[in-house]
Every structure is written in C-alpha cells, then in structure tokens.
Design a binder for this molecule. Structure first.
Ligand code: TYD
Length: 152
C-alpha cells in the first residue's frame, strides 16, 4: 500500500472558524483510490452545493479574495496542489493543499485566497447553502470591520 507525503495534514489550523476534515480513504491503487465524505459525519454540515475549479493556465492568478457572512464550506485539492491563505482578521495562515484526503473548513468571516496552482490542480468546494452574492464580503477593509465586530 502506497503512503503519500502531504503538508496539509501536519499543519495545525491557527485561524478562527476553520479546521481540518479527513475523508475516509480506501486505497485500491493501481485500480483507483476512493475518497469518501458524508454529510454530518466528516463533512460538518448538510451539503447543498458543490463546485469544482480546474484548468489553471494562468500561473499568476489569485482566486477567492473574499469572506462569507454565513456560508460554511470545505475546500479540497483533489489533484495537484495550490496554496490556501487564510485570514480571520487577526491571524493569518498559509496552507499547502496537496492531499485529496484532507479538506480545510472555510467557516464564516474567514478571508481566503488561493494561488500557486499547479497546472493539473483540481479544487472541490462543498457548501452548506446555495450561491448568494449578498453573502459575500469582497472588500478587505469591510471584512476587517465585520471580523472585529464578531470577535468577543
Ligand atoms: P467566486 O466565488 O468569486 O470565485 P473564486 O472564489 O473561486 O475566485 O465566483 C466567481 C464567479 O462565479 C462569480 O461571478 C459568481 C459565480 N458563481 C456562481 O454563479 N455560483 C457559484 O456557486 C459560485 C461559487 C460562483
């Protein structure tokens, strides 16, 4: 059975409203490996929506650059690698995403940016609600004032 090295699972999450999600993993290599997520078990909410991000041809692109007021998500790197930058308004953390077994929770009021995508990178995001533009905070200063208000 092959073991794979990863940096994400060795990292402790230090920002608020985040955490790691571990998928169940059934190793069947070379006949294909299975990665299993179950709502309200290892995924901490009922999934209403998912989306994939792939086909990274622009090496310099930075995605995300927003926080959500209410939405909760978990982000996975199902292939390749990228860097996830988290910011709770007080602490910042950079996580190398390169292990399909490990997801990172993007909770409420967590500014996130993604960059450094490998060409073969495929991202999966699962979310607890449908797309709603009014839930986005896309301005960093506005995010900081929301985050300050939320800190007790
Ligand atoms: P956005 O969430 O800003 O992308 P990222 O965080 O990866 O940079 O979404 C990009 C565009 O896609 C934006 O115009 C909204 C649209 N969109 C939807 O219509 N539905 C969705 O579920 C998502 C995630 C985005």
């Amino acid at each position: 059975m092959a073991t794979r090295k990863s940096s994400v699972d060795k990292k402790k999450i230090r920002v608020r409203n985040s955490g790691l999600v571990t998928l169940q993993h059934v190793e069947d290599y070379p006949d294909g490996n299975l990665y299993i997520g179950e709502a309200l078990r290892n995924i901490p909410f009922k999934v209403k929506r998912f989306f994939l991000i792939k086909d990274f041809d622009n090496a310099n692109v930075v995605r995300g650059k927003h926080a959500h007021k209410k939405l909760e998500q978990v982000i996975f790197c199902v292939n390749g690698s990228f860097s996830l930058h988290l910011d709770d308004g007080k602490r910042k953390q950079k996580i190398k995403m390169d292990n399909p077994c490990i997801g990172v929770i993007l909770g409420q009021l967590l500014w996130h940016e993604m960059g450094g995508f490998s060409k073969d990178c495929v991202i999966l995001v699962v979310a607890d609600d449908y797309y709603k533009e009014s839930d986005y905070i896309r301005d960093y200063e506005e995010f900081l004032s929301w985050a300050k208000r939320r800190v007790k």
